[in-house]
Design a protein around this ligand. Structure first.
Ligand SMILES: [Zn+2]
Length: 114
């Protein structure tokens, strides 16, 4: 498909630009398979800026760039080349869920006593 080829070329140019001037540490993080924050950007038609990340996509074996989609507990990045799904739930979500569970159980146990 010529359309998707053009999309990959545009995405790869964008990724190259993002790599340019990136710190060695962040380049290392990305090369070792992590998703690294590269700065906020805004696109045509957006009202504000969003955080962008660079990461490796196993599906198309290319570097990709995207911003997080969906709610924190379901957050994901989508490959800018092939649209593959990359789970991106923040590390604190399991802790946050545990905290809520604890709060509910504390509330419930105090309610039982009265
Ligand atoms: Zn991909």
């Amino acid at each position: 498909m010529p359309g998707s080829e053009a999309r990959v070329i545009a995405a790869q140019l964008d990724v190259q630009r993002a790599f340019h001037g990136l710190s060695l540490f962040k380049t290392f993080l990305i090369r070792s398979g992590r998703k690294a924050y590269i700065g906020h950007e805004t696109r045509e038609g957006w009202t504000g800026a969003l955080p962008f990340y660079l990461f490796w996509c196993d599906a198309c074996e290319r570097y990709a760039k995207d911003y997080p989609h969906s709610f924190p507990e379901k957050r994901y990045l989508s490959c800018s080349n092939c649209s593959a799904y990359h789970r991106f739930v923040p590390w604190w979500i399991p802790l946050w869920k545990l905290w809520h569970l604890l709060r509910i159980s504390i509330k419930y146990s105090s309610w039982k006593r009265t």
